[in-house]
Design a protein around this ligand. Structure first.
Ligand SMILES: Cc1cc2nc3c(=O)[nH]c(=O)nc-3n(C[C@H](O)[C@H](O)[C@H](O)COP(=O)(O)OP(=O)(O)OC[C@H]3O[C@@H](n4cnc5c(N)ncnc54)[C@H](O)[C@@H]3O)c2cc1C
Length: 353
């Protein structure tokens, strides 16, 4: 018997799973998927959980039901690559593997800023986004919220909270001269104007020095604050950072063209955990998942896998509340209701496939 273990039932991990389940698999193959949650989390929608504008059931999906798959809903605490086994919070349990897929996503990067980890809310896990939603919902009228980081997730969190709570004082701390530095200038201008029109205070050239329970200190000025939400950078899951494999400057594992770890080719890495020329995204993780499924099918049938084709990303869609948005589709900037509608369409599709 051979055991294939998939760590993380996120965008990448589930693409691998679905990709191989469509085909005949060796009879002696056991497939085990491990995730802390008993459902698939649609992380791209966590901004709506942090603003309490969507129900949890809107941003999660059931895992594929197939008699060839066993699910283990546990907190992984260590990937022991030498002994080829996984360890869990429940110390007595150990899961050995023959083939391993690592798709454990990312976590916040605090860049060593004092107090950031202790005193900020996060949107990087379901539990943390839920916690952020509770903190914002419990604010008294005219409470103060600061969001640190004006990339895609910071913009979505700030705008969604604004739409949900017109009374709150919302401040968005942006490191650069304009929000959304990776996007087209037409989109940047549109989003900047949206924040002005919707009374969100955007502070450019921010340099957060430290965070306290009731405040954020930036460029020598400390703002009194009730809730601070951190959206200022991510890094691979700590379980990946601990692994004894070669990594890039973002601490992501460097694999060969087949997503295999050169030191241990029975281990595959994808999504936010693997080194790539592209920025981390759900779209990237899903395409990598599809490619790994094809590679694995060959490997499992003792065939030489074909080299995966170049990844081609379609672009990114973002929301400004429930009826406005923006997008970089095929490098063409889009603003307004249409990209927002397209984003809802993508969510609808991902919930049904
Ligand atoms: C607010 C927000 C908005 C975003 N919007 C977009 C967007 O519009 N488009 C886009 O392409 N990307 C977007 N992203 C980025 C995207 O969500 C990630 O790049 C994507 O989820 C990465 O997929 P993955 O498969 O690598 O990991 P994930 O989808 O994060 O899956 C990781 C899985 O591992 C599990 N896990 C992690 N650690 C453990 C552990 N210790 N034990 C057990 N299980 C564990 C988690 O529960 C999870 O199911 C957004 C992210 C955020 C936070």
């Amino acid at each position: 018997m051979k055991r294939l273990v998939i760590l993380g039932g996120g965008y990448g991990g589930i693409k691998v799973l679905n990709g191989i389940l469509n085909y005949q698999l060796p009879e002696d193959l056991q497939i085990i998927v491990v995730d802390r949650n008993p459902f698939r989390s649609l992380k791209t929608e966590f901004y709506a959980i942090a603003a309490s504008t969507s129900a949890e059931t809107d941003v999660r999906v059931a895992f594929p039901d197939d008699e060839r798959v066993t699910y283990l809903f546990r907190e992984i605490t260590k990937i022991d690559t030498e002994k080829q086994q996984i360890q869990f919070k429940e110390e007595e349990d150990i899961l050995p593997f023959d083939y391993l897929i690592i798709g454990l996503g990312c976590e916040d990067s605090y860049h060593g800023i004092p107090g950031a980890k202790e005193y900020t809310e996060s949107v990087q896990t379901f539990a943390k986004a839920r916690q952020a939603g509770l903190a914002v919902s419990n604010l008294k009228a005219y409470g103060k919220v600061s969001i640190v980081g004006a990339g895609l997730s910071g913009i979505e969190v700030a705008s969604e909270i604004r739409e949900s709570r017109p009374d709150l004082n919302i401040r968005l701390l942006d490191r650069g001269p304009t929000v959304l530095k990776a996007f087209d200038s037409k989109i940047q201008e549109y989003v900047e104007k949206w924040f002005v029109a919707n009374n969100v205070d955007v502070i450019h050239h921010s340099n957060v020095e430290y965070v306290e329970k009731d405040g954020v200190c930036n460029n020598g000025v400390c703002y009194l604050n009730d809730v601070t939400i951190w959206t200022a950078g991510v890094q691979p899951n700590y379980l990946i950072r601990e692994l004894p494999f070669k990594k890039d400057r973002h601490q992501k594992i460097i694999t060969n063209a087949y997503y295999q770890v050169p030191e241990q080719p029975n281990i595959y890495v994808l999504g936010d955990c693997v080194s790539s020329e592209h920025s981390p995204s759900a779209q990237l993780a899903m395409q990598q998942g599809e490619q790994i499924a094809e590679i694995l099918l060959s490997v499992l049938h003792d065939k030489q896998p074909k080299k995966p084709k170049e990844i081609k990303l379609k672009g990114t869609l973002g929301s400004l509340g429930k009826s406005d948005g923006f997008g970089n589709m095929m490098k063409y900037p889009m603003i307004g209701f249409l990209p927002r509608l397209a984003k809802s369409g993508v969510l609808w599709l991902s919930k049904r496939h």
